[in-house]
Design a protein around this ligand. Structure first.
Ligand code: ATP
Length: 865
């Protein structure tokens, strides 16, 4: 069979049972059923059973089970059963957590999955790319991601970048037609392939393959797909865990040797040593990180920031520079025309008069060099453009009639590099070019001016007056568009060279007020030690005026244009960069340079972007931020975070959340490690002092595997504190395990070990080793549960309050219930080798257990004053 690119369009459409009007919704739904979703299967997911089994894939746990089974034959079946039960229960808990984290990561993935424009039932619609099926008629335009393989039916200068498949970084033209010869993928000019980017033009495509049936799908299956990568924090914790494991192993060997020396049966000694190792080695650290980060990203998604990769959560907390677009991100993107400069005068929009020929040309230019419209009071298209439609409607000009009467002959669309848009119409029977765009660009291409007295050569004085007027508008924060036209030759076809020799008509200024929350968000950013910077395509003076209103630009700061930046050598930029808070008239390449310069100074940079050309800058930034509403699919693909409300304030909220997630992870780690430390120190102490064992293996497993994980997760859920934004950004090079952090863990662990040993001695004096071990076990469990409250925050519990985190209360309560069940229910007492307690001893346990927490809280309170 001939392959897709060698067949005729009719043949392909017939083969796929579809017309150019697309599938019916019913046919599409059926195809989705049979062909499956249009997604790459990123490595088969583990089933729940596999996840459960993998929880046991730990050599120590296996040794422990083997030791327990062997010891069952020597008479202690009960404790064998309990050990196995506790390990199974722990594996169930681990499986539930794993599945929950996986589910929340999946839901994030689907939030950020690209959309596609298709024709179905003869109508254009936007659907999630995963619902695209073979035979769908796909509409592509610059900025889109190609989401499936397809054959080009129509191309309007369609250009595509296929580097992900071919490695070729320049864009290639795509066109209609049949290719007879067999050609390699890179030369199939009538096909587009999934994962390519549309860089220019428009196209209509019929989908020939989806999901794993695409060319990229074939590669993906070859590589056997991408595994979820570990974040830097997870990697460093994994490394730390393995080092710690070595130390613990050494301790366990010492304990084992001492036990043998004291004539403990080999099997018991071994089981104890292994239980100690299982209890003390924090294998759970890396999974706690995933769980807390996954929960954090869920919260951020609710607050309009979709995180595409977990790694971004960590970097967010370190962000020290935020480069933000102006229009729509810091401002409302609600343009309203304010004033018009025409014929040497500034007038109100209402004063425009269709009977005045000069005004008429400006009005034609405004309506016709314009692709937006207003339906039911809602603007569709570019806000800059529909503000012009609103303007002409104010003077009751029938914009639709004018557009219907005059068909557009040609156009060069607006792009933010050229900052111009040009169309060709026949006005009064004469082919005419109409242009609108940035004044600084247009003025260079203008040689004449039209006034009420007619067209004349433009003088230097004219230029100066126009520039002054532009300055005047811009200083008030207004966006200015310049309008010009010229007659064209009958046979002149439009090209970029045509945009010259224009006749100046006038200026229209429009207001785009800052978002209400921008000023507060900028102040928050500054308080948080983050430098906000405005990067915009708009005029320098306009941008500076807005930046001043919202607090980004302060006295002494500098504003620089893209051209000035181009002329600046790296050395000079490095010198000035800390002063520059506004970059105007920038190109996408400028953005890359700005990111680079800040990164050279050791900063972690966040950069926003929406256009197809912004992708490299978004990738270069530590946190690339794309706009969910107005952004292109390409920019969303390149970003690590997507704002679903396009709002600058959301970035600041996300940074706060990122900081909070990191802090919570750190606190959870502190909780787990200090608790483990307490256990190890207690065992080490009794071994060295030749005392009986303070815990039975089941006790250690009970604490570490059951009562510990809930408080750790609860600590991970701690809400953000208000003072989070008054701290400086975290140094990305500073690891989590600082000296102070490790000292805290040691001191807190030692405190808990001390009270555990006090309880142990008490029991030893009153009732012997069984009572001693019961009291030590209960005290250690309770002390660690109390300690959960200490680890919630660096502040005292009275400052943060108990009610701020209900999860921590619930985790505490659950732990206490577990403990008391073991202490009082006769069957459990027997299974967990627990002796009966008098009420005095019971009281003593709690009193001792709460002491470390009281001390730690006192220190916190003293530090607060
Ligand atoms: P940013 O979103 O980066 O803050 P911006 O939206 O102001 O900036 P662009 O959309 O690239 O940046 O616009 C740059 C300049 O191009 C504007 O200042 C304006 O003069 C001109 N311009 C904007 N939109 C149009 C348009 N639709 N047609 C013609 N010129 C336009």
């Amino acid at each position: 069979m001939r392959t897709w690119y060698q067949r005729t369009e009719e043949d392909i459409l017939a083969n796929l049972h579809v017309t150019k009007d697309g599938h019916t919704s019913k046919a599409a739904a059926e195809l989705l059923e049979t062909k499956g979703e249009n997604v790459l299967e990123g490595g088969k997911k583990k089933s729940t059973l596999q996840v459960f089994i993998s929880q046991f894939a730990d050599l120590l746990v296996i040794i422990l089970i083997v030791a327990a089974v062997i010891s069952a034959f020597t008479g202690s079946e009960e404790s064998t059963i309990v050990i196995i039960a506790v390990i199974i229960l722990n594996a169930i808990l681990g499986t539930v957590q794993h599945k929950k984290a996986e589910k929340s990561l999946d839901s994030l993935k689907s939030l950020s999955s690209p959309s596609a424009k298709v024709i179905r039932d003869g109508q254009k619609m936007e659907i999630d790319s995963k619902y695209v099926v073979p035979g769908d008629i796909l509409l592509l335009e610059a900025g889109d991601l190609v989401v499936a393989d397809g054959r080009v039916l129509n191309s309007y200068s369609l250009q595509v970048n296929e580097s992900s498949l071919t490695g070729e970084s320049t864009s290639v033209d795509k066109s209609e037609g049949v290719l007879d010869e067999e050609v390699p993928l890179a030369e199939r000019s009538n096909m587009v392939y999934s994962s390519s980017l549309v860089t220019y033009g428009r196209g209509v495509v019929v989908v020939t393959g989806t999901g794993m049936d695409t060319e990229i799908g074939k590669i993906a299956s070859l590589m056997n797909a991408t595994r979820e990568k570990k974040t830097p924090l997870q990697v460093s914790l994994d490394q730390f865990s393995s080092k710690l494991a070595m130390v613990i192993m050494v301790i366990c060997v010492i304990v084992f040797a001492l036990s043998l020396y004291r004539q403990m049966p080999v099997l018991d000694a071994m089981m104890f040593a292994v239980a100690l190792a299982v209890a003390a080695i924090p294998e759970a650290l890396s999974s706690i990180v995933t769980i807390v980060q996954a929960m954090g990203t869920q919260k951020m998604a609710k607050e309009h920031a979709i995180i595409k990769e977990l790694k971004a959560v960590e970097s967010l907390g370190c962000v020290s520079v935020i480069c933000s677009d102006k229009t729509g991100t810091l401002t409302q993107n609600k343009m309203t025309v304010q004033n018009i400069y025409i014929d040497g005068k500034v007038i109100e929009p209402e004063e425009l008069d269709l009977k005045n020929q000069l005004h008429r040309y400006l009005l034609y230019d405004a309506i016709l060099t314009n692709d937006s419209t207003i339906v039911d009071g809602k603007g569709i298209g570019d806000p800059t453009e529909y503000s012009l439609v609103e303007m002409v409607r104010k003077i009751h000009l029938p914009d639709r009639v004018i557009r219907d009467m005059m068909p557009r002959l040609e156009e060069i669309p607006f792009d933010s590099d050229r900052k111009l848009m040009t169309t060709k119409y026949r006005l009064h029977g004469v082919p005419t070019l109409l242009t609108k765009g940035a004044l600084d660009v247009l003025l260079d291409r203008t040689t004449r001016i039209r006034t009420s007295e007619g067209v004349r050569e433009m003088t230097e004085a004219d230029r100066e007056t126009i520039l002054n007027q532009n300055l005047n508008f811009s200083e008030n924060g207004l966006r200015v568009l310049a309008f010009a036209y010229r007659e064209a030759e009958e046979n002149e076809t439009l090209s970029l060279d045509s945009e010259d020799n224009y006749i100046f008509l006038g200026l229209i200024s429009m207001i785009d007020p800052p978002r209400e929350e921008s000023a507060a968000a900028v102040a928050d950013a500054k308080r948080a030690g983050i430098r906000p910077i405005m990067i915009t395509g708009d005029h320098k003076i306009t941008a500076t005026a807005i930046a001043r209103q919202i607090g980004i630009f302060e006295d002494g700061d500098m504003a620089v244009t893209g051209t000035e930046l181009d002329a600046m050598p790296d050395g000079e930029l490095d010198e000035k960069i800390s002063k520059i808070s506004v970059y105007a008239r920038v190109s996408p390449e400028n953005k890359i340079r700005i990111v680079d310069a800040w990164q050279r100074r050791g900063h972690v940079v966040s950069m926003t972007g929406d256009g197809v050309n912004d992708a490299p800058a978004l990738k270069k930034a530590d946190i690339g931020v794309a706009m969910g509403i107005t952004g292109t699919e390409v920019s969303k693909d390149a970003a690590s975070m997507i704002l679903t409300d396009d709002n600058f304030a959301t970035i600041i909220k996300a940074v706060a959340n990122g900081r909070n997630v990191y802090r919570n992870i750190k606190n959870a780690i502190q909780f787990l490690l200090s608790g483990n430390m307490a256990g190890i120190l207690s065992v080490l102490y009794t071994s060295v002092m030749a005392l009986p064992m303070p815990f039975a293996p089941v006790h250690l497993l009970f604490i570490n595997l059951l009562t510990d994980s809930l408080p750790a997760i609860a600590i991970g859920m701690e809400p953000a504190e208000r003072d989070l934004l008054s701290e400086k950004p975290r140094d990305p090079k500073e690891g989590i395990l600082t000296k102070k952090f490790m000292t805290d863990i040691f001191v807190q662990g030692a405190l808990i070990a001390a009270v555990t040993m006090a309880a142990f001695y008490m029991g030893l004096n009153k009732g012997g080793s069984a009572l001693a071990s019961t009291m030590a076990f209960a005290t250690l469990t309770a002390a660690r549960l109390f300690h959960g409250f200490n680890c919630r925050s660096k502040h005292s519990i009275f400052k943060i309050g108990f009610s701020g985190n209900w999860y921590s209360l619930a985790a505490f309560a659950a732990g206490m219930v577990f403990l008391n069940l073991v202490l009082f229910v006769p069957v459990l007492k027997r299974l967990f080798l627990v002796s009966s307690l008098t009420s005095g001893q019971y009281g003593a346990i709690y009193l001792l257990a709460v002491i470390p927490t009281i001390l730690i809280q006192c220190v916190k309170m003293i530090r607060e004053h």
